[in-house]
Design a protein around this ligand. Structure first.
Ligand code: SF4
Ligand code: SF4
Length: 547
């Protein structure tokens, strides 16, 4: 929980504009230094994490060492400036979008108040336009004629240790949510600038542990928790035990089964942590209900791609594991669970990194016969698309009244919404498995959805105050439907959201719980031969249901 009391923070958000400076800055932005203090930065990566990742990707994670953001000496390599400038050059040559984004901002300010970090902290450097300027100013100085000749007059500045500090602070106060890009008349995607900023920081060994450790674990054991195959399997077994207790039905999933028709991959948090485990119980019930020929994998046991938060190379490597496993098992196609960044990577980057996955078949639902042409290249279908198609074709036996004790709203997770356009399917599913659904205000949902405030590896305890501030716009919209309609359940299709929104709700809206959409499906499914249900999937009583 955040250190600051909720009443205090509410006042501070309105009156004390900056977490860093404590006041509205009176100097030019280039003259305001980044000052690190407990609560405004994530802990640096453990040296062994960078060392491990460097073995597979030499040079991409810098020199491993102990360092502290609050120190004046970050123990950077002697030639760190050259590494950064060379890193910018290589990325300008490699990524056309990066070059365009460096050149085409007209500083109109349309994005300025669209970022939840700016709204929550009041810090001008959290305006997307200014966040991008942190890097763009160095680009101008080094790579444009005007910047080389006129320097600061043309908005250019040298790469200094002070600039590096700003990058570390503000590229880790951006959740790469892309809300700002929706409002930019030029389509500038500040998330991609942040991604470049983080890549450059990694080159000189400036990193955070909450990203490096899960990324290392994903590479080493297949999931971000670093759990071994038998533990992964056992945990799903425990969920099957719970399902049996609730429904009387024994679900028997298979693991690493060669020749299965479908490989199912979901974020490992769905298998290990509340409330994700109830979402996983929903998947298990659904697949049993259908008699689906599918398998889990203990090798590709993580849908979430923590490489996305570091650099392109690691993102590609972790994404490739899923496809390597699909090939090894000889499945026809992949079904993906409720995840955010897994889908961003699949939808936006997989095809050019590791695709097209031509060794797989274009996904076809074995139950409805629907061919998912939208997945013709990636061969991977989202569980909400799959479920919506089943409902539309009348293939599920459902009792929506089992969710009557829930008044539900839906949080469009940034990646499924803005990076893959998955807007209708989850809503369609919810409306068919539950009777009480209420939308949050329209400028806070769908493409304009507000981020949970802790995505892209910021879901760490040491910056809890910052996270509660950044999540305030989302929490505020939930409060609106809570006060107006009595909403008590915030549903979503992202595992990081299920973790981050939980903390956010406990802080700002303690009466509101968090769930995955598939949990609601699992509650409503009428299983053949089941006993009368007395509880929902989280063992909450269904008595006193209100319609
Ligand atoms: S909206 Fe686009 S063009 Fe305008 S300031 Fe922001 S990034 Fe630049
Ligand atoms: S991508 Fe999201 S977090 Fe980053 S600057 Fe834009 S609105 Fe803010």
């Amino acid at each position: 929980m955040a250190d600051t009391k909720v009443e205090q923070m509410s006042v501070s958000v309105a009156k004390g504009p900056s977490m860093m400076t404590g006041a509205i800055p009176t100097k030019e932005w280039m003259d305001v230094p980044a000052v690190f203090k407990p609560g405004n930065y994530c802990y640096p990566g453990k040296p062994e994490m960078a060392a491990y990742l460097s073995k597979g990707l030499p040079g991409k994670f810098g020199e491993s060492r102990e360092w502290k953001p609050e120190d004046d000496d970050w123990k950077l390599p002697e030639n760190w400036k050259e590494i950064i400038i060379q890193g910018i050059k290589e990325r300008l040559d490699k990524f056309r979008s990066f070059k365009i984004f460096m050149d085409c901002c007209v500083r109109c300010g349309a994005c300025a108040d669209k970022c939840h970090f700016f709204l929550g902290t009041g810090d001008p450097k959290n305006m997307p336009v200014l966040r991008a300027e942190l890097l763009r100013s160095v680009y101008r100085n080094e790579f444009t004629k005007a910047g080389k000749i006129l320097g600061r007059l043309a908005g250019g500045r040298e790469m200094t240790f002070g600039v590096l500090k700003e990058w570390f602070m503000y590229f880790y106060q951006c959740t790469e949510c892309r809300r700002c890009s929706v409002f930019c008349p030029y389509g500038i995607d500040t998330a991609e600038i942040t991604m470049m900023g983080r890549e450059l920081l990694h080159l000189v060994g400036v990193n955070t542990n909450w990203i490096l450790e899960p990324a290392s674990n994903s590479n080493r054991t297949g999931n971000h928790m670093g759990l071994q195959p038998h533990t992964f399997k056992d945990n799903i077994g425990y969920l099957c035990d719970d399902i049996e207790e609730i429904t009387g039905i024994r679900v028997e999933p298979t693991f690493n089964r060669k020749g299965a028709e479908i490989l199912f991959i979901t974020p490992s948090a769905d298998v290990f942590a509340e409330p994700g485990i109830y979402t996983a119980m929903g998947y298990l019930l659904l697949f049993h209900h259908l008699g689906l020929d599918y398998t889990w994998s203990t090798y590709a046991s993580e849908g979430g791609n923590f490489g996305l938060f570091t650099n392109n190379e690691l993102m590609k490597k972790l994404n490739a594991k899923m496809y390597a496993e699909a090939k090894r098992l000889g499945v026809k196609w992949i079904l993906g669970g409720e995840c955010g960044h897994m889908w961003r990577v699949i939808h936006q980057y997989m095809d050019t990194m590791n695709g097209p996955a031509d060794f797989l078949e274009v996904p076809k639902s074995p139950i409805t016969g629907t061919v998912f042409d939208n997945a013709a290249s990636t061969k991977m279908v989202h569980i909400s698309e799959f479920t919506a198609d089943l409902i539309k074709n009348g293939k599920l036996k459902l009792d929506p009244s089992r969710n009557n004790h829930r008044k539900i709203t839906f949080h469009d997770s940034c990646n499924p919404a803005r990076a893959m356009g998955l807007l209708e399917e989850p809503r369609y599913v919810i409306k068919n498995v539950a009777n009480n659904f209420y939308e949050m205000p329209e400028n806070t949902i769908r493409e304009q959805t507000f981020c949970c405030g802790s995505g892209t590896g910021l879901n760490t305890g040491e910056i809890m105050d910052l996270r509660m501030r950044a999540g305030l716009p989302r929490a505020n919209a939930v409060k609106h439907v809570h006060d107006k309609y009595g909403v008590n359940m915030l549903s979503c299709v992202c595992a990081i959201d299920r973790a981050t929104l939980l903390a956010l709700m406990q802080y700002w809206n303690p009466d509101v719980e968090v769930c995955g959409v598939s949990e609601l499906v699992g509650n409503a499914l009428i299983m053949e031969g089941e006993k009368e249900r007395e509880t929902g999937l989280r063992f909450e009583p269904l008595e006193g249901m209100e319609g």
